[in-house]
Design a protein around this ligand. Structure first.
Ligand code: HEC
Length: 271
């Protein structure tokens, strides 16, 4: 090798060394984009949907019956369109119920499970700790895809639940004196680069309500609205509400009515 070519070789080497990371960055962002696209076309939430459908049809509990006779508000066994009609008032329990509360009613009355058994793993925590509830909710939600969000809004108890939810939404407290409204009642607010939906605005509320439950890439789990709300109570430095509590149902009723008329499009896919 002739000495005079050395600088050229060095320069080429340098260029290659520079091009290396650049090319890598390019492919990384390309593959990330591809990954997102693949996920969007093929949302892992489908696995939860499949498990939920199987669980619905499985004979479970001391009475060894399936949930086929469970009335989610559209008649016994009707799953299509049930999610978008919730929360709603049920005469048999004389209560406004959201999907979790209603499932608990069905599991305890039809299948004979105890409340503890029905709610023992409310949220999934990886393999070996899968949640029956989350899978059922995901499957039921998926059967409302493309339908209009239309929770109960006429029965006096439905009106009351909405008002309670609204009060909770605006109730300030905790060490920072935060309410839900502190973070979610103004246009285009952001926190640590995350856009905060203005849940008092119809467009934002619809967009948000329509996409839960969602597969959360960061958690590797499908999360329900109830899980999201728990996360937000934590953001607010409030204690975690009881699972399937009436407070959660009321807050869900408030959010659902804010989103009324929107096109439901879950399970979603989120960061
Ligand atoms: C300290 C600020 C803060 C408070 C208080 C707060 N949240 Fe949130 N909320 C967030 C953040 C941050 C996100 C995540 C946004 C994202 O992922 O882009 C979020 C997300 C949400 C979402 C899902 C939005 C979507 O479309 O994915 C809902 C619904 C929600 N909050 C409702 C509430 C409710 C109801 C309360 C009161 C119990 C509340 N939040 C209190 C910060 C807050």
């Amino acid at each position: 090798m002739d000495q005079s070519t050395c600088p050229a070789i060095v320069a080429t080497g340098l260029l290659l060394a520079l091009a290396g990371p650049l090319a890598q960055a390019q492919t990384t962002s390309e593959s990330l984009a591809k990954y997102r696209q693949t996920l969007a076309e093929d949302n892992p939430a489908e696995l939860w949907e499949m498990r939920g459908e199987a669980l619905w049809n499985e004979k479970r509990g001391p009475k060894q019956v399936s949930l086929a006779a469970c009335d989610l508000g559209r008649g016994p066994g009707v799953v299509k369109g049930a999610y978008v009609g919730l929360p709603k008032y049920f005469a048999d329990t004389d209560k406004v119920q959201d999907v979790e509360q209603r499932l608990i009613t069905c599991m305890t009355t039809l299948q004979g499970l105890s409340l503890d058994e029905a709610t023992k793993q409310p949220f999934g925590a990886g393999t070996g700790k899968k949640s029956t509830m989350e899978a059922l909710v995901t499957w039921i939600a998926s059967a409302s895809r493309g339908m209009k969000i239309a929770p109960g809004s006429t029965h006096p108890k439905e009106v009351q639940a909405y008002k309670i939810g609204q009060t909770i939404f605006n109730y300030r407290g905790g060490p920072h004196d935060f309410a839900c409204a502190t973070c979610h009642a103004a246009p285009a607010q952001r926190i640590r680069l995350q856009d905060l939906p203005n849940l008092t605005d119809k467009t934002d509320a619809r967009q948000s309500y329509a996409t839960w439950p969602a597969y959360r890439v960061s958690q590797g789990e499908v999360r329900t609205m109830q899980h999201r709300l728990n996360d937000c109570f934590r953001q607010q430095r409030f204690p975690e509400p009881g699972y399937a509590s009436d407070a959660i149902t009321a807050l869900t009723m408030y959010l659902a009515q804010q989103a009324q008329g929107g096109d439901y499009n879950a399970p979603g896919l989120k960061r």
